[in-house]
Write a protein that binds this ligand. Structure first.
Ligand SMILES: Cc1cc2nc3c(=O)[nH]c(=O)nc-3n(C[C@H](O)[C@H](O)[C@H](O)COP(=O)(O)O)c2cc1C
Length: 164
């Protein structure tokens, strides 16, 4: 899904919403760089291309057992290879958490905020948590302004480098 929004800086921001969780196999180095052809699965190649062509990335996550869900960890594992030459290096990355509980995925977000710089990306924005997220999305899919407005702020912050 593509969505174009006007940023406060006046430039257009295009959001590309992606959920790679169901598209990627479980990380396996033998499928990645150690095969005869050295060709990773097509979904991995496509994801790495999209990430490397993006100006910035926003990762939104729920929390599973006080960490990010395994599906998101798998995406990060694929994205973080080949070592030192991968598609996250130099990306500007924002992170937010959301969960039906009271903490808004705090532990998952703390984990992500710790590893983003370790992966060679630049962490942008303050800690952003949306507790009780199920009460902030209406049955017809409308998302409350208390969620959307900090997300637009984060998007503007991520885009600010481009506006300069
Ligand atoms: C295995 C599992 C572990 C969970 N652990 C946590 C947790 O540690 N903290 C929390 O706030 N919510 C936890 N939840 C609730 C999820 O955050 C919530 O179900 C969320 O809506 C899941 O989003 P998803 O359906 O997109 O995966 C857990 C849910 C599951 C299925």
């Amino acid at each position: 899904m593509n969505e174009t929004q006007k940023s406060s800086a006046g430039s257009k921001i295009e959001f590309v919403l992606r959920d790679y969780v169901r598209e990627l196999p479980h990380y396996d180095g033998d499928l990645d760089i150690n095969t005869d052809t050295e060709t990773p699965p097509a979904a991995v190649v496509e994801m790495r291309r999209e990430l490397s062509e993006s100006h910035a990335i926003i990762i939104g996550t729920p929390e599973y057992n006080y960490n990010i869900p395994g599906g998101l960890k798998n995406i990060i594992d694929w994205a973080s290879r080949p070592f030192a030459k991968h598609s996250l290096i130099g990306r500007r990355v924002g992170v937010f958490g959301c969960s039906p509980g009271d903490r808004g995925g705090k532990a998952a977000v703390e984990y992500l905020r710790n590893i983003v710089p370790l992966l060679g990306a630049t962490l942008v924005g303050q800690e952003l948590l949306f507790p009780k997220i199920n009460s902030l999305i209406s049955p017809d899919g409308k998302i409350d302004a208390s969620v959307m407005s900090p997300l637009y702020e984060l998007a503007n912050e991520l885009a600010s480098e481009l506006a300069n």
